[in-house]
Design a protein around this ligand. Structure first.
Ligand code: FAD
Length: 469
């Protein structure tokens, strides 16, 4: 007997960080949501994205530090890498977390249906279940959280031998001797970092004239990061378009074009990391959703152009990040249950390179474009006692303040634990703190966080441990 409620309060399509967060929150609010998932609870983030990459990043971290330890008096034998154990460990962590999330959805009163959803007018949701009969649901509210899929290049299709997408790269059959990565965005640089540690020779081709083009890095910080990547052995070809893959006598060669000239780069494997596109193949055009550059158009409460139909996460555009998906899940849940919506001002970004990079809010240029008179504070990590003690003093902090109100508008951090430290800047912007308030807050010594305090002092030319030019 099938006990699924055919007219539930809420149906959620997709159990990634958008869908599962909505399911848990709506469950907490007594809505008994039904979540439909065609693959695995946790979505891209837990199974093939954030968590697998960060598990491998942290597993391989010691490999990047061997010279540093040796310099400091501790020498290890040459490490042996068992790739199959690295990936087994990665899968174990992902499974542990997805199991936990599945339990949380259920214990909060949610139901999970495994199968592919199709949406048609009504809205009606037809669920093609795995190993069970099809079922049609007519929910009062629908949340679409179907995420995104990697963009394929016609000259480098994923089914071709030797061409990888990011999913293959977190479950690699082998470590390629020569890995060519197409795209120096977040995923390209993170994968380059991991595989460089594992021993691959890394070449990255980027069509734009800088790394992380969508993040518009501060020039000085970008040059520190470029130098670090180069020093660690990652070669980046900017302003270079990958044109085709040639195979000559079983040897693969990526052919690209830079400044009108052809470049040929030997490759054992090619990882295509040129971006992601919305996953929409299951939505009937008759439904009448409106789109913006291919993504589902939504308002500030995540409501689409159709009453009671919401879209959250990657499918709704904006920065394709897990924490943006889960925040939108909370916003849509509040709207559905009539709670006050707490929207967000900024979405921090983090990139797990060596060293890490993170940013939030406005860049100096953006602040100027938006009519502010930006005031800048900088602090180099070579002046941070903790960073020097850790032998990880490559990097810097840059803060952008508003001259008029002294409020923090944005900031970027290059250095160890940048991805954790950026939360302080995000909180400061959300709560409209001034640069002076950050500077006047005691930050514990010796920690990396003191560098934020010093950068805030530097905005007013009062940093203690660096010259205030
Ligand atoms: P998804 O996580 O994509 O989940 C969508 C779910 O919907 C999937 O499980 C899918 O199977 C299901 N689905 C789709 N269509 C249907 C259907 N018709 N019926 C039923 N189910 C369906 N973000 C970060 O913030 N930090 C990181 O460090 C980070 N690292 C990343 C590394 C990699 C390699 C990749 C690829 C991505 C990374 N991201 C990271 C991005 C992050 O994974 C996404 O932003 C996030 O997963 C989006 O969440 P979502 O809920 O919108 O969609």
């Amino acid at each position: 007997m099938d006990t699924v409620n055919k007219k539930p309060n809420v149906v959620i399509i997709g159990a990634g960080p958008g869908g599962y967060t909505a399911a848990i929150r709506l469950g907490q609010l007594g809505m008994n949501p039904v979540v439909i998932e065609k693959e695995k609870v946790g979505g891209v983030c837990l199974n093939w994205g954030c968590i697998p990459t960060k598990t491998i990043y942290s597993t391989t971290e010691p490999l990047a530090k061997l010279d540093s330890w040796k310099k400091r008096g501790i020498e290890f034998n040459q490490p042996k890498i068992s790739l199959s154990d690295v990936t087994k460990h990665q899968s174990k962590i992902a499974n542990k977390l997805t199991d936990g999330v599945e339990k949380l959805i259920k214990s909060n009163g949610g139901t999970i249906l495994y199968g592919k959803a199709e949406v048609t007018t009504g809205p009606k949701v037809i669920v093609k279940r795995i190993g069970k009969e099809e079922i049609t649901l007519e929910p009062n509210n629908l949340i679409i959280a179907s995420g995104s899929i990697p963009i394929e290049l016609p000259e480098f299709v994923f089914s071709q031998d030797g061409i990888w997408d990011s999913k293959t790269a977190v479950m690699p059959p082998e470590t390629p001797e020569k890995l060519v990565i197409l795209g120096a965005g977040v995923i390209g640089l993170e994968m380059g970092t991991i595989y460089n540690r594992l021993g691959s020779e890394i070449k990255i081709l980027e069509m734009q004239d800088s790394i992380l083009p969508t993040l518009n890095l501060d020039k000085r910080i970008a040059s520190y990061l470029n130098r670090s990547l180069k020093k660690s052995g990652i070669d980046i070809y900017t302003s270079t378009r990958a044109k085709e893959l040639q195979t000559v006598e079983e040897k693969k060669m990526v052919i690209g074009e830079k400044d009108g000239k052809e470049v040929s780069i030997p490759a054992d494997r090619v990882l295509v990391a040129v971006g992601r596109r919305p996953n929409l193949d299951f939505i009937d055009d008759q439904l009448g959703l409106e789109y913006n550059e291919g993504f589902i158009e939504t308002d500030a409460s995540c409501l689409t152009s159709i009453e009671n139909v919401y879209a959250i996460g990657d499918i709704a555009g904006g920065p394709m990040l897990a924490h943006k998906a889960s925040k939108e899940a909370l916003i849509a849940s509040s709207k559905i249950t009539g709670e006050k919506i707490t929207n967000y001002k900024v979405v921090p970004s983090a990139v797990f390179t060596d060293p890490e990079y993170a940013q939030v809010g406005m860049s100096e240029r953006k602040a100027r474009q938006n009519g502010y008179e930006p005031v800048i504070g900088r602090f180099p990590l070579r002046a941070s006692g903790k960073a020097v003690a850790m032998d990880e003093a490559t990097g810097a902090i840059k803060l952008v303040g508003d001259k008029d109100t002294d409020r923090l508008l944005g900031g970027s951090i290059l250095g160890p634990h940048a991805s954790d430290m950026i939360a302080e800047l995000a909180l400061s912007i959300e709560t409209e703190l001034t640069v002076t308030q950050i500077a006047e807050t005691i930050h514990p010594h010796p920690t990396l966080s003191e560098a934020i305090m010093e950068a805030a002092e530097n905005v007013h030319s009062r940093a203690i441990h660096t010259s205030n030019r």
